[in-house]
Design a protein around this ligand. Structure first.
Ligand code: ADP
Ligand code: MG
Length: 705
């Protein structure tokens, strides 16, 4: 049992928060800094100097020895390089602890080893990290000691973004500008800023570290590449929301403690659908802070799991045949004076501003469905999306009964005169309270669902950064707002114009709304009839990042230049090819060195038995049959392995780019599936004590009580 603590006391204790700044910075400096944070005013070097000094003092008091510019290159994970605060020893041999304003605002990591997609030739690999003062610095404690982490953006020498933060911040500016325009049209003169708020729900698996260590596939790729289904899976639904096992509970406790200290508002934890699967959700935060916090959450889950003798699997599909992991990206837009523009209120039909916002979002999602789908594409997610679980690969929007009804009224009669209400839920038990129902039930199968006062984008993969989906969401909605404002600002009669525009958008984009079961095969056909795209793989999604429509969209709002998009496309093809290449080579390694030798051993023991028993004058139908079956599967395995080796060699010899990635997807992945099939059948036959690695059952049910 650990010690008890009061969360309010420790929350944010390792964050250089606004409160800390207020206490430690001279008033004038604090005010100036806030002008930068709140109004985007350029940062004065004198202010930076003072902030750096206060930050250093504070961090040293927390035990920090080093600082790092913490950034998010296009690898999808964070990067850092640690510098200690020490200066060169003075003549008397002592040192000072120094940290200048320049060091705070600008870093220059050797950028040649980060993906740049041709934006910088490696010989001039200058990259800069720049302080993002809108996401607070923090002191992280781990085996390296205490490190002051400064969230930064990462750009090339020529100013092109090489990370996820820069375009995210640009997209936040775009939606701020356009949302304010829209609010002004409705007579709002008080809101000064609009920010997207994001709450990501993080799913993950926990497995025992000792068991994990015996699986090369988990070590190298994060997912199992072989493995027969265990006798028990998730069919009993007894894990979801089940009692949390003590070992896991103690892990969650430590995760929460660490996150709270870092100011991450870890809120909800529960068991998920699959055995050994869990979820953690923080309270929503401003988009760029939420993105940073999600990275901290993923890193903390991994680190604390290791401390508890477990491994945290963030892969989207660690086990074939078992539910995969995703990240529900809850998104809304909120003003600095607390108005959630996605809040319909009690009577949505009267809330014209909300209806316009909603119509704009439907238009945005319909017009850029491919791009939104692309934003959730990563190699691991290919195993989830469209694979009869999680959301389907087809983008559609769930609105629920109440909004659907309002929209139908608007489309058919031109006016909406009523909103359905939820009514009262009667439990039929006199001691239980009756309570008011929500007007809308949940729909768990929709990739983009309206859930009360926010949209929930459910396609995002568990391992992926949530930056890309939020960049896309912010920008496409900014565009729709912009187009609506362009129309409305030039009109004479606002009431009438806005009414017509809402009706027009809803009518034109109603095909994107789907309130039914997204897992049903009929939906695939229905979606095709509606002309909605169904993009089932990452390689098929990538081209949408560089269509003329996309280039124009991002260019218009200064989020990405064409060159930046081209580089990202290049990086995506490369990283896809690399990921599959590692998987293929891991399979080759495991099959050659572990599986085939084990099967040979087993067949030999069978053969020995057959001989010995026959010598004793007894018939051996069962052993002989097993021997024949094993030998046949062994030969299938050998052939499939030879084929996989051949195609993988061919693939890795190809020039990097689209053709190579497509080859990996079409040919190498298929060869991998073909190798897996006989091996998984062999696993069900071969003596368990001879099978060279732990089974799915060992992984999923042995985490402990
Ligand atoms: P669920 O029932 O799907 O788990 P919750 O209500 O628990 O939904 O919320 C899930 C996530 O959505 C949490 O991170 C929560 O903070 C976040 N969230 C709630 N309201 C908003 C909002 N207005 N904007 C963005 N995220 C929100
Ligand atoms: Mg959810």
């Amino acid at each position: 049992m650990g010690e008890y603590f009061n969360v309010a006391d420790i929350f944010g204790e390792n964050v250089f928060s606004d409160k800390v700044m207020q206490e430690r910075l001279p008033k004038k400096i604090y005010k100036e800094l806030h002008k930068t944070i709140d109004e985007g005013k350029e940062l004065d070097p004198i202010v930076a100097e003072a902030v750096a000094e206060a930050m250093k003092q504070w961090a040293i008091e927390k035990g920090a020895t080093h600082y790092t510019h913490w950034f998010q290159p296009l690898t999808g994970v964070t990067a850092e390089k640690h510098d200690s605060f020490i200066t060169a020893p003075r003549p008397d041999g002592t040192i000072l602890m120094e940290f200048s304003g320049k060091e705070l605002i600008k870093g220059e990591p050797d950028a040649s080893s980060f993906p740049s997609g041709g934006l910088r030739a490696t010989f001039e690999a200058r990259g800069y990290t720049a302080w993002d003062c809108t996401s607070p610095a923090f002191v992280r404690e781990d085996a390296a000691g205490a490190i002051l982490c400064i969230p930064t953006a990462f750009c090339s020498y020529t100013g092109e973004s090489l990370d996820f933060k820069t375009p995210l911040l640009r997209s936040m500016e775009a939606i701020n500008t356009q949302a304010l325009r829209l609010l002004r049209l409705f007579g709002n003169t008080t809101s000064g800023k609009v920010t997207p708020s994001v709450g990501p729900e993080q799913e993950y698996f926990l497995v025992d570290a000792k068991v994990f260590q015996q699986r090369k596939d988990l070590i190298y790729t994060g997912r199992t590449l072989f493995g027969a289904m265990p006798p028990k899976g998730q069919e009993l639904d007894d894990h979801y929301f089940g009692t949390i096992r003590q070992r896991v509970a103690s892990f969650m406790r430590d995760v929460n403690l660490e996150l709270w200290k870092l100011g991450v508002s870890a809120k909800t934890q529960h068991n998920e659908v699959a055995p050994a699967q869990h979820e953690l959700a923080p309270i929503y935060a401003v988009a760029n802070v939420a993105v940073d916090h999600n990275q901290i959450i993923m890193q903390t889950l991994k680190r604390v799991a290791t401390q508890h003798g477990m491994k945290c699997l963030l892969h989207e599909k660690p086990f074939a045949g078992v539910n995969g992991s995703g990240k529900h990206n809850n998104w809304s837009i909120i003003t600095d004076d607390g108005i959630n523009m996605l809040d319909p209120g009690k009577t949505p039909h009267e809330n014209i501003q909300f209806l316009l916002v909603l119509a704009c979002i439907l238009k945005a999602v319909d017009e850029h469905a491919e791009l939104l789908r692309e934003s959730a594409a990563d190699p691991g997610n290919d195993h989830r999306l469209g694979a009869n679980e999680a959301p389907p690969a087809i983008i559609s929007v769930f609105l629920g009964e109440q909004l659907q009804d309002v929209i139908s009224q608007l489309i058919s009669t031109g006016t909406a005169t009523r909103s359905k209400t939820g009514g009262v839920l009667q439990t039929g038990v006199s001691t239980l309270p009756d309570f008011a129902k929500d007007a809308t039930d949940r729909n768990r199968t929709s990739p983009f669902a309206f859930t009360g006062n926010k949209f929930e984008f459910r396609m995002v993969g568990s391992r992926d950064s949530i930056a890309s989906p939020n960049i896309v969401l912010n920008t496409i909605v900014a565009e729709a707002f912009c187009q609506a404002c362009d129309e409305l600002e030039k009109g004479e009669n606002f009431e009438e114009d806005v009414h017509d525009l809402i009706k027009k958008y809803l009518t034109e984009h109603q095909r994107i709304v789907f309130n039914g079961n997204g897992y049903a095969p009929e939906w695939v056909e229905e979606a095709a009839r509606r002309g909605l795209p169904n993009i089932t793989s990452m390689v098929d999604a990538i081209p949408y990042l560089i269509t003329e429509k996309t280039v124009e969209l991002f260019g218009k709002f200064g989020v990405f230049t064409r060159a930046e998009l081209e580089s990202r496309v290049e990086i995506k093809y490369e990283s896809y090819a690399k990921a599959i290449n590692i998987e293929a080579r891991t399979m080759i390694d495991m099959a050659s060195k572990q599986i085939i030798p084990a099967v040979i051993k087993y067949t030999r023991s069978l053969a020995d038995t057959v001989l010995a028993v026959r010598q004793a004058g007894v018939d051996t139908p069962v052993q002989s049959e097993l021997l024949a079956e094993c030998s046949a599967l062994l030969s299938d395995t050998r052939n499939a392995l030879a084929h996989l080796i051949e195609v993988t060699e061919h693939a890795s010899g190809m020039t990097e780019g689209r053709d190579q990635a497509v080859y990996y997807h079409d040919v190498v992945m298929t060869a991998m599936t073909d190798l897996r099939a006989p091996v998984d059948r062999l696993e069900m036959i071969v003596d368990k004590s001879m099978w060279p690695m732990p089974s799915y059952g060992d992984l999923l049910f042995e985490v402990g009580r």
